[in-house]
Design a protein around this ligand. Structure first.
Ligand SMILES: N[C@@H](CCC(=O)N[C@@H](CS)C(=O)NCC(=O)O)C(=O)O
Length: 256
């Protein structure tokens, strides 16, 4: 089985897939795309993934797109040595409900602070014409880019996104309390935990981890996922925004 992963080091969606590949001990060729220069919008890549986003997994002759679909696919084609899908249909349904919630809420919400705090200076350095052309060329994220513009999302949008993250932590706290933890569904991580992981790591990377100071189960969950052997190889150096954007380190220092 030959795997090629088209991805980006700091992309949250890519981190889900790297984690599963690493956990299963599957060797893969990693093709790194620079999303800020638009590698994901080049014709060769769009032929693989017409959405113009990462990740894309190529497994022999099969092309699989969308991180949630890819991690489910990997659990099916390579169930050993570690499987992240429960066996009973009821538990699978519960896991998938978590995954839909995660894609709709934290995975989407975390883009707003990410773009405002990390990427905006890059877009502000473009001419208005360049920025418009870049935004217009995105099959999936055109409206998101135009809503952000070169001045960034307004405070109201930032507050709404952080509110959605807050509701995610509430939901985590409840699910972990009900399952006994440390993971969402009990003692073993499922694909739902792996789907959630990058958004929580991203919030810590943006120095916003104080948001779960009063939620012990979220802290316990975070420690547990970081202790998984697949975590360190997934987050190799350069995977965090603070490792790529020095201005974020300066912001973090000012806040402490
Ligand atoms: N639902 C897709 C979303 C993929 C996605 O949004 N990827 C981001 C990085 S995490 C991306 O490639 N963005 C490129 C862009 O905005 O142009 C998935 O989970 O794979």
């Amino acid at each position: 089985m030959a795997f090629t992963l088209y991805n980006a080091p700091q992309s949250t969606c890519s981190q889900r897939v790297r984690f599963v590949l690493n956990a299963k001990g599957l060797a893969f060729e990693e093709v790194k795309l620079d999303l800020l220069v638009g590698d994901q919008l080049k014709p060769d890549y769009l032929a693989l993934n017409p959405n113009g986003v990462v990740p894309t997994l190529v497994h022999d002759d099969t092309v699989v797109i969308d991180s949630s679909v890819i991690i489910e696919y990997l659990d099916e084609v390579s169930p050993e040595p570690e499987n992240f899908t429960p066996t009973s249909p009821a538990a699978r349904a519960q896991m998938r409900s978590h995954m839909r919630f995660i894609d709709e809420m934290p995975a989407a919400a975390v883009r707003v602070p990410t773009f405002n705090l990390a990427f905006l200076p890059r877009f502000q350095a473009m001419s208005p014409e360049e920025f418009l052309a870049f935004a217009e060329s995105k099959p999936l994220r055109k409206e998101f880019m135009l809503a952000m513009g070169q001045t960034g999302f307004p405070q109201k949008e930032m507050d709404a996104a952080l509110g959605r993250m807050q509701r995610t932590y509430e939901r985590m706290e409840e699910s972990i309390a009900a399952s006994g933890g440390p993971f969402l569904m009990g003692t073993k991580p499922t694909l739902a935990d792996i789907s959630l992981m990058p958004a929580v790591v991203r919030m810590a990377d943006l120095n916003l981890d104080h948001m779960w100071d009063d939620r012990p189960n979220v802290g316990r969950w975070f420690d547990a996922i970081k202790a998984h052997p697949a975590f360190a190889p997934t987050y190799y150096f350069g995977s965090l925004l603070t490792e790529r954007f020095p201005h974020l380190q300066e912001m973090a220092k000012k806040r402490t």
